[in-house]
Write a protein that binds this ligand. Structure first.
Ligand code: HEC
Length: 170
């Protein structure tokens, strides 16, 4: 009888790391942090609605100023590179690529730039979202646009109504 109790304790203890691991995975998934989940994440309904709204309203292709992208490049290197890679190829800590087909499908599919701006300013970096000013977030979005092959021109506005009218499409 004594032996059995001991065994019971031992196996409970040996299960602990497994339980801890499963809990972590679960937490990561519910935060949407799993890169595997990420690939299956559908385009949010809000983005879909905005695409329709934008397409109805005679809108312009997005642009940004070179100096915004230059400043954004610095901020990206300081804050985003570890998770998203030097060349936006995706990083080591689960940050997905910020260019290529999965990215295009979500953010460069005719969606207004407000969708990309809203996601980044509301969610990134994951440990302290919203920590930069709107102007700084606009800088980093300008950098992402440049790296994705978009042309510079008129500055990217910070105002979300203005951003709703600027279309990101390849
Ligand atoms: C600690 C790691 C980490 C840092 C730092 C970080 N990100 Fe992320 N980022 C992630 C993860 C993980 C996701 C996936 C989250 C999701 O899909 O909900 C993500 C998603 C994104 C996406 C959406 C990509 C897609 O295909 O859905 C963009 C855009 C983005 N990050 C930009 C940035 C920018 C810009 C910065 C710097 C200001 C930054 N991130 C900093 C981890 C990070």
């Amino acid at each position: 009888m004594k032996r059995q109790v001991k065994f019971g304790l031992l196996s409970a203890a040996s299960l602990l790391p497994v339980i801890a691991c499963a809990t972590t995975l679960f937490a990561a998934n519910s935060l949407g942090l799993s890169p595997m989940m990420d690939q299956q994440t559908p385009i949010p309904a809000k983005t879909e609605a905005r695409i329709q709204l934008a397409q109805a309203g005679g809108d312009k292709p997005v642009s940004y100023a070179d100096n915004q992208a230059n400043r954004g490049s610095k901020l990206y290197k300081e804050v985003c590179t570890d998770c998203h890679g030097d060349h936006l190829q995706g990083g080591l800590i689960g940050g997905p690529p910020l260019r290529g087909s999965a990215f295009d499908k979500k953010f460069a599919n005719g969606a207004p730039v407000s969708a990309l701006f809203g996601f980044v300013s509301g969610m990134m970096p994951p440990d302290a979202p919203g920590q930069f000013s709107d102007a700084e977030y606009a800088d980093v979005i300008a950098f992402l646009l440049r790296e994705n092959g978009f042309q510079s021109g008129a500055p990217l506005p910070v105002n979300s109504d203005a951003q709703d009218k600027l279309i990101v499409e390849k």
